[in-house]
Design a protein around this ligand. Structure first.
Ligand code: HEC
Ligand code: HEC
Ligand code: HEC
Ligand code: HEC
Length: 151
């Protein structure tokens, strides 16, 4: 009887050890939450953001353009990433250039204890220059289209 419970205990410890080893081996990646979640704790930053064009960036695209990856990639949040924007039907909450476009996906930051708040959010988002460049006419396609239409 003693032998069996000892064996059971060892098996249990083995499984627990494996689970823990897996957790340590694969650090969780943060997922996108959408700006509503950030608002709870950062209402001030949320308020200033809603006054920017980033807040409405998707509205600059026509319904057709909103389906074009060549347009949406800079007008939404986390395009091309596992938990980022997919389409207006599937992920309407990630349309527009939101907090996480600049600050990075926020799930780990949101759950983190106070001492880890800073290190779970900074420097993981996109740089301004990933979307803004003085040397690239980001709206060239649209401009060309307009010129074509005007002919
Ligand atoms: C549960 C509350 C909470 C939520 C939700 C939350 N944050 Fe924070 N965040 C904090 C706190 C608290 C700090 C300040 C940490 C400090 O000063 O040490 C912070 C700091 C930050 C900072 C500044 C980091 C720095 O280095 O100064 C950024 C950027 C940030 N949060 C972005 C976000 C974004 C984006 C979201 C939504 C995805 C979000 N936060 C959601 C509590 C939260
Ligand atoms: C994910 C892409 C993306 C990133 C990253 C990004 N922007 Fe933008 N930004 C846009 C788009 C798209 C618009 C235009 C929105 C519209 O008019 O539809 C814009 C507009 C702006 C405007 C016009 C503002 C207004 O409200 O009148 C400013 C200024 C700006 N961005 C500054 C910045 C700065 C500074 C950074 C970095 C801290 C940054 N952007 C990061 C995509 C981005
Ligand atoms: C490389 C990132 C990027 C891509 C790709 C991109 N945009 Fe933008 N878009 C921006 C930025 C940044 C702004 C704001 C600053 C500016 O106008 O240069 C903006 C602003 C706009 C605006 C508002 C300003 C205006 O000129 O009226 C429209 C409309 C627009 N984009 C449409 C499009 C369309 C349509 C596409 C796809 C053909 C597209 N964008 C692709 C980054 C991008
Ligand atoms: C266009 C890019 C961009 C967007 C969108 C954006 N931020 Fe920021 N945020 C910044 C930059 C740049 C800083 C300044 C970083 C620094 O000082 O090092 C900053 C600073 C902060 C800080 C630190 C305190 C402060 O006010 O300086 C917090 C908290 C924060 N942002 C939260 C948010 C939240 C929440 C949202 C969405 C509601 C958001 N940000 C949207 C670029 C952005």
């Amino acid at each position: 009887m003693k032998m069996i419970s000892l064996l059971g205990c060892m098996v249990f410890m083995g499984v627990a050890g494996l689970v823990m080893a897996q957790d340590a081996a694969a650090p969780a990646t943060a997922t996108y939450l959408g700006a509503d979640k950030c608002k709870m704790c950062h209402s001030k930053q949320h308020a200033t953001w809603t006054k920017m064009k980033h807040f409405k960036a998707i509205e600059s695209l026509t319904a057709e353009e909103q389906k074009n990856p060549e347009c949406v990639k800079c007008h939404v949040t986390g395009y091309g990433e596992a938990s980022g924007f997919v389409s207006m039907e599937k992920t309407p909450n990630l349309a527009n250039v939101q907090c996480e476009a600049c600050h990075g996906a926020g799930s780990l930051h949101m759950k983190a204890p106070m001492a880890d708040k800073k290190k779970t959010i900074n420097g993981k988002g996109r740089d301004c220059r990933d979307c803004h460049s003085p040397h690239v006419d980001v709206n060239r396609a649209k401009t060309e289209e307009k010129k074509e239409a005007a002919k």
